[in-house]
Design a protein around this ligand. Structure first.
Ligand SMILES: C[S@@+](CC[C@H](N)C(=O)[O-])C[C@H]1O[C@@H](n2cnc3c(N)ncnc32)[C@H](O)[C@@H]1O
Length: 169
């Protein structure tokens, strides 16, 4: 198993929970465009709560597809825009632009942390957008367990790389 992130601290914390040392922990360049792995070298790729932080989620999905073997599966979680928490976040994001709210953030570290989250967790896309991005990456959508989507702030997406390689041409 290989795990990667741009954050040294996140990797350090995660590696601390891997006493068996079964995982290769790889730090990515913050500006990476190509994953440092060969084509078709993984059976499955998991991107948990990551795609909302990247500049180009469609390009990252395409990279996930490239490193996936034919028939392999990509699982991702992304923000679920039908959940009320996401509506509140949208309002909080608007409020965060007000000068006095920005000033308050400089005084209260917890507010500052939330403002930073609102700024960097910026990809808010509808389900259809993610499905099209997966298709454009050469992946076909697979059905994921539809557990109470509306009550979860995260949506689970599943894709498969076609076995015949059609989608990767
Ligand atoms: C909400 S955390 C999720 C961490 C972990 N995947 C998990 O499920 O616990 C978001 C992670 O995305 C990472 N991240 C942000 N931009 C990234 C990028 N361009 N490439 C790879 N990882 C990125 C951050 O460093 C952070 O660790």
């Amino acid at each position: 198993m290989t795990a990667c992130d741009i954050s040294r601290e996140m990797l350090r914390q995660a590696a601390g929970r891997d006493p068996s040392r079964a995982v290769d922990w790889v730090q990515l360049d913050p500006c990476w465009r190509t994953l440092p792995f060969g084509p078709a070298c993984f059976d499955a790729v998991v991107a948990a709560s990551v795609l909302e932080y990247v500049d180009s989620p469609a390009a990252v999905l395409a990279e996930c597809a490239r490193v996936l073997r034919p028939g392999g599966v990509v699982l991702c979680t992304v923000p679920n825009l039908t959940n009320p928490i996401r509506w509140l976040e949208w309002l909080a994001g608007l409020a965060a632009r007000l000068p006095w709210v920005r000033a308050a953030g400089r005084r209260w570290p917890r507010l500052h942390g939330y403002q930073t989250y609102l700024r960097i967790s910026r990809q808010r896309r509808r389900a259809r957008w993610w499905h099209v991005a997966g298709e454009q990456a050469g992946l076909s959508q697979i059905r994921c367990p539809a557990y109470a989507w509306r009550s979860s702030p995260l949506r689970l997406l599943g894709f498969r790389r076609p076995d015949d390689g059609r989608g990767m041409q």
